[in-house]
Design a protein around this ligand. Structure first.
Ligand code: AMP
Ligand code: ZN
Length: 143
């Protein structure tokens, strides 16, 4: 089920701290430390898969089932006017963590579009800041 050396499996198990946005039986969602935009969230399956290529349909279905509610919660919390869903598969596509994950990237400006510069803002947020943002979003996830 989980892979010993996988950083995201450790996050699911609570062995590495994260700012949790949402959790259910199959899915875990937490803030991306890089916060490319405020509320930038990663949605991952609890069952470890490397990326889309080795992901069973059922795992993919359960993963995606949670995405609209998380997207709406992010949108409602900080008034995002757009959102990109991004998924990188293999190093050639810039996959850096080899546990399947979907990036939810809220957009706050009409100008950004798809061409937004991928720039980390990790230095702008403390772990307390991230926990606060995650809790704000979590309150807005519909049941
Ligand atoms: P990718 O390039 O799609 O594999 O993205 C990996 C993402 O994971 C990057 O955007 C990182 O900022 C993010 N990331 C790596 N380690 C952590 C962590 N411990 N907590 C939150 N996000 C992380
Ligand atoms: Zn994993």
């Amino acid at each position: 089920m989980s892979h010993e050396d996988c950083i995201f499996c450790k996050i699911i198990k609570g062995e590495i701290p994260s700012a949790k946005v949402y959790e259910d039986e199959h899915v875990y969602a937490f803030l991306d430390i890089s916060q490319v935009t405020k509320g930038h969230t990663l949605v991952i399956p609890k069952q470890h898969t490397r990326n889309l290529y080795d992901t069973p349909s059922e795992v993919a279905s359960n993963l995606f089932a949670a995405v609209p509610r998380i997207a709406n919660a992010i949108k409602d919390t900080y008034g995002a006017i757009g959102m990109n869903l991004l998924n990188n598969n293999e190093a050639a596509a810039n996959q850096q963590v080899f546990h399947l994950h979907l990036h939810l990237l809220p957009k706050y400006s009409e100008e950004e579009g798809f061409s937004a510069i991928w720039k980390t803002h990790a230095d702008d947020y403390s772990m307390d800041d991230l926990q606060h943002i995650a809790q704000e979003i979590n309150k807005n996830v519909a049941n």
